[in-house]
Design a protein. Structure first.
Length: 251
């Protein structure tokens, strides 16, 4: 396996070595254990980012993962990984190192239960605030849906306006506990990307499934500009989507 960010999956930018399978690692809620800086200014090696950075430095891995941050929530330590005086530093570091920062709404809002006006407000404010803190023209393009509860009006996820603030998301993450279809499959929906929980039984079951049915596993051909697929695809994978805008090689 080799890591890519959510935005890479959503856009079909699977730029990984030939023979590798892409894996997208996501973190919700911006808790301190995901990213902690020690008193001496060094990266906590036992935090998630510390572990990922160590794997990158060891080689055959890349600093790719997507972090979905909260801005106003109790406990306060879940606001941008805690450590208030280091929040901007952390967000900028993540982007500079190659990771992705995305929205998880402002308060971990249940979009299904919330009124439309509050949902639109938080979708706009979350994106705008994160982009402002990060700076440098960085665009927040993806959102992790709190509780996996989608709004009844799905159109508000992709774009909208709150007061003078416009927002736009090109991908959204669900909680369906199944592998995501390929971004080149007709079954792929960038606004409803399923995820497998990180707890051991879910991960173990997914790995067993791929071992039992290797034909379901995405294998990179090493060329991000070309789509390669067997002539006889497993039904579970769906057909190759139309209008991909790149060459499709069937073998």
């Amino acid at each position: 396996f080799y890591p890519v960010n959510v935005r890479d999956l959503a856009s079909g930018n699977i730029d990984i070595p030939a023979g590798k399978s892409p894996v997208v690692i996501t973190f919700d809620d911006s808790s301190p254990g995901q990213y902690r800086i020690l008193d001496d200014g060094s990266l906590d090696p036992d935090s998630a980012v510390g572990i990922l950075q160590a794997a990158t430095e060891d080689g055959d891995w890349a600093s790719r993962a997507s972090f979905y941050c909260l801005l106003d929530v109790v406990p306060k330590e879940r606001v941008l990984f805690g450590q208030p005086d280091r929040q901007q530093e952390k967000l900028r570091n993540l982007i500079d190192w190659g990771y992705e920062v995305g929205s998880h709404t402002v308060t971990h809002l249940n979009l299904k239960k919330a009124g439309k006006s509050e949902a639109v407000k938080q979708l706009a404010e979350s994106q705008a605030t994160l982009e402002d803190i990060i700076g440098g023209g960085y665009a927040v393009t993806s959102i992790s849906i709190p509780f996996g509860e989608y709004p009844s009006d799905l159109s508000i996820l992709s774009s909208g306006t709150y007061e003078d603030t416009d927002y736009r998301y090109t991908s959204a993450l669900a909680l369906d506990s199944v592998p995501s279809p390929s971004p080149f499959s007709a079954k792929f929906d960038a606004m409803h990307i399923p995820r497998i929980r990180g707890s051991e039984n879910f991960i173990t079951d997914a790995i067993k499934n791929f071992k039992a049915r290797p034909e379901l596993r995405y294998i990179s051909d090493g060329d991000p500009a070309t789509v390669s697929a067997p002539k006889d695809l497993a039904d579970a994978l769906g057909d190759v989507a139309d209008g991909l805008g790149r060459p499709v090689v069937r073998y």
